[in-house]
Design a protein around this ligand. Structure first.
Ligand code: KG4
Ligand code: ZN
Length: 336
């Protein structure tokens, strides 16, 4: 493993990090990292506006790379490779990060590692927990993705479940919008849910009990809308009931996936933005314990988008000899 400069720009966070792949603790592995959120730019629109995101990445990324190298006490000459998210994501933003990485790679004559953003999330638990070994069962829950995967090694993913409509983070964000909590929605729903009664509003649990571990959240969102329109429930009760319904779905679906997974999983692992949710972590901890497995969840700051996870995935790829040509394309869609 090696020193890797990581760059992330696929959605609304601009981020850069220097990762030491040889570090044996999380603190030693993240040599330096910086992140700039665009929440303020997008808040008036209630969601991420791709054009605004791309322009903000352009403004911030160059100086941020210089700053993070300075934080690390390094220059570009000191790193072994440059890793950047090459997709999936908002294509304008992905291009900003990838083109920047290509330019730096060319200027400093360093190898480029094109990282799948989902692989960044999928391997982030190994960054955070040096004892985590392959294979593990991964619940990947973010704003754009909701999947359960067997992770057997770098590039070795078997998808057991996906969503047939919305992602879990999307369901949180839409609920936040319905309740007027603004953007970004997930953390706001979680905060409000702490003040409500999770049993007060009857809401559906789509697909619970079905034999395949897939997800569906569109019906739950519609029910939240009807509950709000009814005008008889406190917002905190709606938020708490929504969160409980969503978590019941996730736990039931993950239980089915645990039964369907190949033998020998070392852990149940949760990653992606929604993994920052404390109630979700608690529910999954109990489920993992039922199966005699540890739950591994990165610290909340490594769950939402960041460059440390991209640098780490780059370090794992680089250690296996995977690098990419400078004409590698940015990809708006790129399944794991
Ligand atoms: O991984 P991420 O930062 O970006 C994507 O790749 O999508 O995930 C963002 C998603 C958003 O939908 C956000 O509302 C959700 O993660 N999220 C949360 C929490 N923190 C972030 N959802 C529920 N509870 C949270 N505490
Ligand atoms: Zn993400």
């Amino acid at each position: 493993m090696a020193l890797i400069l990581g760059i992330e720009s696929s959605c609304d966070e601009t981020a850069a990090a220097v990762i030491d792949g040889n570090g044996t603790t999380l603190a030693a592995r993240i040599v330096a990292q910086r992140i700039a959120s665009q929440d303020e730019e997008h808040r008036p629109y209630g969601g991420v506006v791709p054009e605004i995101a791309a322009r903000a990445h352009v403004e911030v990324l160059g100086p941020m790379v210089e700053a993070v190298l300075a934080d690390a006490g390094m220059t570009l000459d000191d790193v072994d490779a440059i890793a950047a998210t090459a997709g999936p994501g908002l294509i304008g933003g992905v291009m900003v990060g990838l083109v920047t990485a290509k330019a730096l790679a060319m200027a400093a004559d360093k190898p480029l590692v094109a990282v799948n953003h989902l692989e960044g999330h999928a391997l982030s638990p190994r960054l955070a927990d040096p004892t985590l070994q392959y294979p593990y069962l991964l619940l990947l829950v973010s704003g754009g993705h909701c999947q359960i995967l067997e992770v057997a090694g770098v590039g070795q993913y078997r998808r057991l479940a996906t969503t047939i409509d919305d992602a879990l983070g999307e369901a949180f964000d839409k609920t936040a919008k319905i309740l007027g909590l603004g953007y970004p929605g997930g953390p706001a729903v979680e905060r409000l849910a702490r003040e409500g009664n999770p049993k007060s509003v009857p809401l559906p649990r789509p697909l619970v009990g079905s034999g395949e571990p897939h997800f569906s959240f569109a019906g739950l969102k519609s029910a939240v809308m009807r509950a709000k329109d009814a005008g008889i429930h406190a917002d905190a009760d709606i938020a708490a009931s929504f969160q409980q319904a969503a978590l019941d779905c996730v736990v039931d679906r993950t239980r089915i996936a645990l039964a369907a997974a190949a033998p020998g999983m070392t852990a149940l692992v949760v990653a992606g933005g929604v993994a920052a949710n404390a109630a979700l972590r608690g529910a999954l901890e109990a489920l993992a314990a039922e199966h005699g497995l540890p739950l591994v969840a990165p610290p909340p700051k490594l769950c939402t988008d960041n460059a440390a996870m991209i640098g780490w995935a780059g370090a794992e790829r680089f250690a296996l000899g995977y690098t990419d040509p400078l004409d590698v394309a940015a990809r708006p869609r790129w399944p794991l």
